[in-house]
Design a protein around this ligand. Structure first.
Ligand SMILES: [Zn+2]
Length: 184
């Protein structure tokens, strides 16, 4: 018995009518970066189906070095596997989604942060940088971070959005942009 037992039963139901998606370009030509918060599931919030879009999730939906590395690899993979399939010189859009009521917002409080640093062994500065207190501000900063990363292929655009837990509504903070060096 594990907590997975009822979910395994749900999976059995799912598998009965399942049709596998082929390995190809994500149908929405989109890659989502968002928070691991269980109230912010992009499949449900954005109505994503299997094969629509890869999703990277971490605390806050922050653009960390690990996220940049994954996006760089996915960009390389997309170019290798599917680069010749499209006439346009665009691969996909990265949508960074932060949200209101994010629990990482507690990290903006120095006392809470000190306790978190002691409990986890993570550096105070790293925890401070991870906080999403104002999702509109952090999503803008993270879009910039990704756009200025030297490893991001210029064929990838980046947009920023904020999901409101209270209303279920997603609003766009930063329209999709390509890195400045595009075309250079
Ligand atoms: Zn969150």
């Amino acid at each position: 018995m594990t907590r997975m037992t009822p979910l395994l039963a749900r999976n059995e139901q799912f598998a009965r009518t399942y049709t596998p998606a082929a390995l190809s370009v994500p149908a929405e030509q989109l890659l989502v970066v968002t928070c691991l918060d269980h109230r912010v599931d992009p499949a449900i919030v954005l109505g994503l189906q299997l094969g629509d879009a890869p999703v990277i999730r971490n605390a806050g939906g922050r653009v960390t070095q690990a996220v940049i590395d994954d996006i760089a690899f996915f960009g390389f993979l997309a170019k290798q596997l599917f680069g010749g399939q499209e006439a346009a010189d665009t691969l996909f859009e990265v949508a960074v989604i932060h949200h209101t009521q994010c629990a990482t917002g507690f990290l903006a409080d120095p006392g809470f942060r000190r306790q978190a640093a002691e409990a986890t062994g993570l550096a105070d500065a790293a925890l401070a940088a991870a906080a999403v207190a104002d999702p509109h501000a952090t999503v803008q900063a993270d879009v910039e971070r990704l756009l200025t990363s030297p490893v991001l292929t210029p064929k990838v655009s980046v947009s920023g959005h904020v999901y409101d837990i209270a209303t279920g509504r997603l609003t766009t903070t930063v329209d999709a942009r390509y890195p400045e060096r595009r075309g250079g």
